[in-house]
Design a protein around this ligand. Structure first.
Ligand code: UD1
Ligand code: CA
Length: 451
């Protein structure tokens, strides 16, 4: 049997460049905290143990790690010190220890796996994921000789010759669990930053005759986030990845660069998405659905064959069954629309259940809020709600009922009833011309006075 894997996730850095009251690793990328992306990539390795290293008082970060345990690094004395802080939580662990950063959400399971496997095979004491950087200046340089990793030199400490090296440290490191404690214990802080550099583990291992290796990966995976600009860049990269995966799975996007997905967006094959559509967290869309331009959908399930938008907003708690049509400027909130129901134009449908094949006319408002409580509107199958109606909740409209246009409905309407909730029309024959004459004279008199 192979030895189990442990993973240490570093998240104790100060993150000052974000200029935020929110801990850096909790800022969202594609609708989920960046730390959750890292933990998802790590989880697919099926590690025996995951330990988070957090800053003192970072309760929200500890919560984001749950159910995994966290240890507190008392002071941010460097990456070496941070991993060392995790060791007590790994007592008795003999297999590889993988170190990843909580602020690098783009790292993939495949790359982590490759590093761990290569280290196992080579029986390396230390292995790192490296990449060739377009701009190596912020990174530690990997000094490789005859295929073996000799040492890692931090940017600030690099000689001119080392500075010219573009092969750099991603920060992802794999340590042999049996030797990790000794290696970490030997790291000092005799350097320009007075920090305990985890990267020194390489030279220490080599000095003791152990193996160290570097495995090359793609720069795109190792973008760390230190600032809002880097957060935006990571978002862009993540969106690119999610769009690519959706299209590969059979989704058509008319203008992919303008479609914004969440990490958990589920789109079935043969979904077609128009330009400028945003999916917030928690959306599932079944096959043959067409989502036209400028829709915003969050926390909703959309059934097969629906046509949504343009300009529709579907808010959390909504469930849309098969063959439903939701048109322009229609807002749903916590609303269920059953099979074949239609709301094609200009409506607010909140806290409601709309029966199969019912039609909601243009300008309909479900009056769900009275300033204190939210109330539900329940509509049976095959009902017809005339345009510009206000249904004042709580209210029930029975199956097959017809609410006439312009009604304000404050009482339940039974099945198959016809409901009027509007003033009766009066029509006066021949009275338009005299009215026009009167209005014209009044306007002329006003102009006369003005002179
Ligand atoms: C580190 C590496 C560098 C690598 C780069 C990749 C070291 C010494 N240097 O540099 O070789 O190219 O990452 O991005 O390791 N952290 C803690 N506690 C600490 C310090 C850091 O938890 O005391 C965490 C941070 O939250 C962050 C990660 O470790 O997630 C990296 O720290 P950071 O200060 O950004 O390292 P760099 O100087 O960028
Ligand atoms: Ca960094």
């Amino acid at each position: 049997m192979r030895s189990p894997l442990a993973v240490v996730v570093l998240a104790a850095g100060a993150g000052t460049r974000m200029k935020s009251a929110v801990p850096k690793v909790l800022h969202p990328v594609a609708g989920r905290p960046m730390l959750a992306h890292v933990l998802a990539s790590v989880a697919r390795l099926r590690p025996a143990k995951v330990v988070g290293v957090i800053a003192p008082g970072a309760a929200a970060v500890a919560k984001a790690f749950a159910p995994h345990p966290t240890v507190t690094q008392k002071k941010p004395l460097g990456t070496g010190d941070a991993v060392k802080a995790a060791l007590p939580a790994l007592a008795g662990h003999a297999g590889p220890v993988l170190v990843v950063y909580g602020d690098s959400p783009l790292v993939t399971t495949a790359s982590l796996q490759r590093l761990v496997e290569t280290c196992r095979k080579a029986r390396a004491a230390v292995g790192v994921l490296g990449f060739v950087a377009r701009d190596p200046s912020p990174y530690g340089r990997l000094i490789v000789k005859d295929g073996a990793l000799e040492k890692i030199v931090e940017s600030k400490e690099a000689s001119a010759a080392e500075t010219a090296i573009a092969f750099v440290n991603s920060g992802v490191m794999c340590l042999d669990g049996e030797r990790a404690a000794d290696l970490l214990g030997a790291i000092g802080n005799d350097n320009l930053k007075r920090e305990f550099y985890l990267t020194d583990a390489v030279a220490i291992a080599r000095g003791q005759g152990m193996q160290a290796i570097a495995v090359e990966g793609d720069e795109a995976e190792f973008q760390g986030i230190n600032s809002r600009a880097e957060l935006a860049a990571a978002e862009r990269a993540m969106q690119q990845r999610l769009r690519g995966a959706a299209m590969a799975a059979g989704v058509t996007m008319l203008d992919p660069d303008t479609v914004w997905l969440s990490a958990d967006t589920k789109l079935a094959p043969d979904v077609t998405i128009g330009p400028s559509v945003r999916f917030g967290p928690g959306v599932t869309v079944a096959g043959n659905v067409r989502i036209n331009a400028f829709c915003d959908i969050e926390g909703a399930r959309i059934g097969k064959g629906c046509i949504i938008g343009p300009f529709a907003r579907i808010r959390p708690g909504s469930q849309v069954a098969e063959d439903v049509h939701i048109g322009n400027f229609v807002e749903l909130k916590a609303t269920r629309m059953r099979r074949g129901a239609k709301a094609n134009h200009l409506a607010y449908l909140g806290d409601s259940d709309i029966g199969a094949a019912s039609n909601i006319g243009a300008g309909t408002i479900f009056v769900n809020y009275d300033g204190y409580g939210k109330w539900r509107t329940l509509i049976g199958d095959d009902a017809f709600i005339g345009s510009n109606s206000a249904l004042v909740a709580p209210v029930r409209i029975g199956r097959g009922a017809n609410v006439t246009a312009g009604s304000v409905i404050t009482a339940d309407v039974p099945a198959n009833a016809l409901a009027f909730g509007r003033a009766r029309q009066e029509t006066k024959k021949g009275r338009a011309p005299p009215l026009r004459a009167k209005l014209k004279a009044r306007a002329a008199a006003k102009r006369g006075k003005g002179k």
